[in-house]
Design a protein around this ligand. Structure first.
Ligand SMILES: NC(=O)c1ccc[n+]([C@@H]2O[C@H](COP(=O)([O-])OP(=O)(O)OC[C@H]3O[C@@H](n4cnc5c(N)ncnc54)[C@H](O)[C@@H]3O)[C@@H](O)[C@H]2O)c1
Length: 434
């Protein structure tokens, strides 16, 4: 992580939830301008919030596939990261990366300046996941179209904020496309079409795995407050990442939900922690049985253990065949009960990453904005459901989490120099279901 060039600003939860009134005024204007000038060539101006690896990739993807799109603003905790993104992309896109210094915003409140900027039409939200629900809602209140990386929430409180943002976006004619790229990958789309057409008969059960090696860890540097440290090393703190089942394996659970066409009824599972650094709140693995309506069980597991075997994909068993959907560029195939291959399709994940941005921009220009937040909020909550079931050691229902759970992980106060409770990790049987 880079050092801050200027002192990052302070922010509090209030700031994340505030700004609605002024923003709503802007919303009316933005919606008007979105619809006033339609057509293929209408210029759209992007603002990026979260200038890390995926933020840079998302802007790159959008500029690569969309004409008449420019990047005009950038926010990150660190000014230096905004500048690094600008420099990384300027070489390739020249004048289409048109971010002057006054539109590089550092600090915890920098995102607000992107949302308040009338020059910005579309915001790309690519910070750590914990911030996503509030930023999404505030972006919609500010009248912006949104691209939001996955997962879109890491707890039930965030889920409900996402549902609010979804409904407001629909009401205002604003687009929200999410970073669940497999929904746009040819072999995934093809497999789901085949299943819908009955190529494997009735769905009986399934297996989904996201097993990989270790993940990065960013050690605490001298002088870092608790807040700066956790924001920097965000993967390892559940309020920010949701643990690997949310941060990474949400892709698989989103695929499962898509195939099944609905949310699971409940989850029961287990897991543990044995290789993580001492202050990491993450578990190494979880194995969850999700029960979908009709008593259909999807066995899911995810694991991040250095040196252990990787496996990433989803297998759906039907009454007449089995569909294998491999992640990344692995392709999909269907075999019949005798094991004979009856269908196959390839797919490219990099093409899928770009398609998200093509679809977003096309939908805005056509005046038919895609709003897909609810579906991604659902699959993000399915990830939370698995985590909560494993952490507590209880059978937990989707309905409980969506409607009754009081779990709200976001700190009540968040100041750059602030303290946070000491990291802790869940122990089944002791960790309470709330
Ligand atoms: N769809 C995919 O396949 C895919 C792949 C990689 C990452 N992602 C997702 O993208 C997101 C970002 O991941 P990454 O790998 O780019 O992480 P990263 O750590 O490289 O980047 C995150 C950036 O956000 C900044 N940031 C954090 N909090 C902020 C705040 N409140 N305001 C402004 N900036 C803030 C950080 O300083 C950092 O530069 C995560 O949600 C991750 O799950 C998705």
């Amino acid at each position: 992580m880079s050092e801050p060039v200027t002192r990052p600003g302070r922010g509090s939860r209030r700031e994340f939830l505030g700004g609605g009134a002024t923003a709503s005024l802007a919303a009316g204007l933005m919606v008007h301008s979105s619809h006033a000038a339609g057509g293929e060539t209408r210029e759209l101006r992007l603002g990026i919030v979260g200038c890390g690896g995926r933020g840079t990739g998302a802007v790159d993807d959008s500029l690569a596939v969309n004409e008449h799109v420019r990047l005009v603003a950038a926010a990150d905790l660190y000014d230096k990261k905004c500048d690094a993104l600008r420099q990384a992309l300027q070489g390739r896109y020249q004048a289409r990366v048109a971010v002057d210094d006054a539109r590089l915003h550092g600090g915890l409140d920098g995102y607000r300046r992107v949302l308040d900027d009338p020059e910005v039409d579309v915001v790309l939200l690519t910070t750590s996941p914990g911030f996503r629900p509030r930023m999404l809602l505030e972006a919609v209140e500010a009248g912006k179209h949104v691209f939001a990386e996955k997962p879109v929430c890491v707890d039930p409180a965030g889920y409900r904020v996402c549902l609010q943002a979804h409904d407001q976006a629909v009401a205002k004619g604003l687009a929200i496309v999410t970073g669940t790229q497999y929904r746009r990958q040819t072999n995934y789309v093809g497999a789901v079409e085949q299943i819908r057409r009955g190529a494997i008969g009735e769905i009986v059960s399934g297996t989904s795995r996201y097993c990989a090696g270790g993940i990065w860890y960013r050690p605490r540097r001298e002088g870092m407050s608790d807040v700066e440290y956790q924001l920097s090393n965000w993967m390892h703190f559940i309020w920010l990442s949701g643990d690997q089942i949310c941060e990474q394996a949400v892709h698989n659970l989103d695929t499962v939900n898509w195939v099944m066409g609905e949310n699971p009824v409940s989850a029961f599972g287990s897991g543990g922690r044995f290789t993580r650094p001492e202050d990491s709140e993450m578990w190494d693995n979880v194995a969850i049985n999700y029960e979908y309506p009709g008593g259909r069980i999807i066995s899911f597991m995810c694991r991040q253990v250095p040196g252990a075997a990787g496996d990433n994909g989803t297998v759906i068993h039907g009454t007449t065949g089995t569909c294998f959907i491999a992640a990344m560029d692995g392709g999909s195939r269907i075999v019949d009960r005798q094991g004979k291959e009856v269908w196959r399709m390839d797919g490219s994940i990099s093409a899928a990453y770009r398609q998200e941005h093509k679809d977003l921009v096309n939908s805005i220009r056509a005046g038919k904005p895609i709003v897909e937040l609810k579906q991604t909020a659902d699959s993000s909550l399915v990830s939370v459901l698995g985590r909560v079931a494993a952490y507590t050691g209880q059978k937990v229902t989707f309905g409980f989490l969506a409607g009754e759970s009081k779990l709200d992980l976001f700190p009540k106060e968040l100041a750059w120099d602030g303290s946070l409770p000491a990291p802790t990790f869940a122990v089944p049987g002791r960790t309470k279901l709330v």
